[in-house]
Write a protein that binds this ligand. Structure first.
Ligand SMILES: [Zn+2]
Length: 207
């Protein structure tokens, strides 16, 4: 991935699929030196700032990353999760390490996925069924990655995202933790990215 620097403040509200979102019209400063793999710290801040730029502060949860666990009102969180009671996202070091077995874009996908859960909660459109909710979060993660103004994803990044989506799919249909099969997860995140790349209302593609 390569990173670009945001230099203007959010200035416009736009209605997207009936949801009021703060949308930023901005110019981007000259691209920073292109790198094939960004360090985790830069991915974390860039994805966080990029999505915050799309939504504005009001829906932006706190992001905690690194370490083994986070004490929250949802209990002790040990894997990547969004806790709606505290409005926080936690990404443990273990998940960062697993993501980097695929590449920097896989970490961007994890952050965007958890952020999508925060948006499902904030705008009250979270499906009740776990796999439906998780696949919607995958799709929205794809939309975010396609829309984030300060990051560009190349072909190898897309491969990283697809291979990671495949890895985190499961076949535990009878489990309440079932998140979708590898194929479903791949398709969900790719369809979200495609929708935003093609200029469609990406959010609508996921609802
Ligand atoms: Zn999830």
């Amino acid at each position: 991935m390569s990173v670009l620097k945001l230099i203007q403040k959010p200035i416009a509200y736009l209605l997207v699929g009936g949801l009021s979102c703060l949308v930023t019209l901005h110019r981007l400063e000259a691209r920073t030196e292109a790198r094939t793999e960004l360090p985790a710290s830069l991915v974390l801040t860039s994805v966080y700032e990029g999505i915050r730029d799309i939504h504005g502060q009001r829906a932006t949860p706190e992001l905690y990353a690194g370490g083994r666990s986070l004490r929250s009102s949802c209990g002790v969180i040990r894997s990547s999760a969004y806790c709606p009671l505290d409005h926080v996202i936690f990404i443990p070091q273990r998940d960062i390490n697993i993501a980097y077995q695929h590449g920097d874009a896989a970490l961007a996908y994890i952050i965007a996925h958890e952020y999508a859960h925060a948006m499902q909660t904030a705008f009250r459109f979270q499906p009740r069924s776990t796999p439906v909710s998780e696949l919607q979060a995958d799709c929205l993660a794809g939309v975010y990655m396609g829309l984030i103004p300060n990051l560009t994803f190349d072909r190898s990044d897309i491969n990283e995202i697809v291979s990671f989506a495949h890895r985190i799919g499961d076949y535990a249909w009878n489990s309440r933790h079932h998140h979708g099969t590898p194929r479903q997860r791949r398709r969900a995140v790719v369809s979200g990215m495609q929708a935003s790349f093609s200029g469609k209302n990406g959010l609508k593609a996921c609802l």
